[in-house]
Design a protein around this ligand. Structure first.
Ligand SMILES: C[S@@+](CC[C@H](N)C(=O)[O-])C[C@H]1O[C@@H](n2cnc3c(N)ncnc32)[C@H](O)[C@@H]1O
Length: 325
């Protein structure tokens, strides 16, 4: 079995999560694995590529555009609260485009910015991202760590440190994972630091369905089955026999990414048999859409104090600035 990071711990976690998904009916736990990369030209595992194609092709997927607008219009306001001499530690910076359109407008708005650290599981995303920041901001300290941000053991310490997590990835964590993740970050970061988290708080089913229930998103989301087939060596699995059909649970603020089996099938994973019925639903991951107050309440037990909240013009994309002190 191969994996693009070559990181054995990551492979072990993937195996554990997939086994729990099929045999223990754990749901929504496959979010860390959707950005798979091909190992050769014929490899159908292309999550990272399909995500970018979806961003380019699906005009109703508003999250990326509106988040870019948010940083471009409110970057100065956020930066003025953070103050001078800041160093940003960004979790999962993403593609070159993401750095150019979202991260850089914010970094440029900061007075006497000191540094930038990127932490990404993908060495290729990280290398490209750091190159972009280095070229655009040649006078600051720049470094990177190739790591899974959910398994961090330490973080570098700086004066006026900002932990930055954009792209609504925080809203992919399961509700039971979120408190531990946030507490872990608080423990590892410098005693006084800011936490800047961005997610989508839209509760409108119609615009959510337009954003998610489309062909580009469907192909991207269904690709996880090819990754399971490849990396779990799932003998007899037909990864193409699933269709995407998201569901909105307004009470849970939960946009569920669901794959529906087009046919019955039976296959082997790690010596155990998986049996799937036609029409069976598989909730692979969620994009939670927490309203502002709900999100702040979820973070309250960690001890983070909300400082301010910034929204884009559509009132959907939300940047929360918290302080640890
Ligand atoms: C495609 S991007 C989307 C989010 C991105 N922050 C943005 O705003 O565009 C996801 C990024 O997070 C990284 N990533 C995903 N899961 C990760 C994890 N568990 N640890 C570290 N990086 C991760 C991916 O490699 C990628 O760079």
């Amino acid at each position: 079995m191969k994996n693009e990071t070559g990181d054995q711990k990551f492979i072990d976690q993937f195996e554990k999560d997939v086994l729990e998904f099929f045999f223990d009916k754990v749901r929504g736990n496959l979010w860390p694995y959707i950005y798979g990369t091909p190992q050769d030209a014929d490899d159908p595992v292309r999550g990272g590529i399909l995500y970018n194609e979806m961003l380019e092709g699906e005009k109703d997927y508003y999250l990326y555009k509106y988040e870019a607008q948010l940083f471009q219009s409110k970057g100065k306001d956020i930066a003025s609260l953070i103050g001078s001499n800041a160093t940003f530690i960004e979790l999962g910076p993403g593609s070159e485009q993401s750095l150019r359109l979202k991260t850089l407008p914010l970094l440029r708005a900061c007075t006497d910015l000191q540094g930038y650290v990127g932490i990404d599981i993908s060495q290729s995303f990280l290398d490209k991202g750091l190159e972009v920041v280095r070229n655009e901001l040649p006078n600051i300290e720049i470094s990177g760590m190739q790591q899974d941000f959910t398994k961090l053991k330490e973080l570098p310490e700086f004066d006026n440190q900002v932990i930055f997590f954009k792209g609504s990835t925080i809203a992919n964590l399961r509700r039971d994972e979120l408190p531990d993740f946030i507490s872990q970050i608080k423990e590892l970061a410098a005693e006084n630091h800011y936490l800047l988290l961005v997610h989508d708080c839209n509760q409108d089913e119609e615009s959510l369905m337009k954003a998610y229930h489309n062909e580009g998103m469907g192909v991207f989301m269904a690709n996880i089955m090819y990754r399971i087939h490849r990396d779990m060596n799932a003998v007899g699995m037909e990864p193409q026999a699933f269709r995407y059909s998201p569901e909105w649970d307004p009470e849970g603020h939960d946009l569920k990414h669901i794959l529906v089996a087009n046919k019955a099938q039976k296959f082997e994973i790690k010596g155990k048999t998986v049996e799937i019925a036609e029409g069976e639903k598989f909730h692979t991951l969620s994009s939670f859409k927490y309203p502002v107050k709900v999100f702040e309440e979820m973070l309250a037990p960690s001890g983070y104090k909300p400082i301010d909240v910034f929204l884009d013009d559509s009132q959907r994309l939300t940047a929360h600035l918290f302080t640890a002190s």
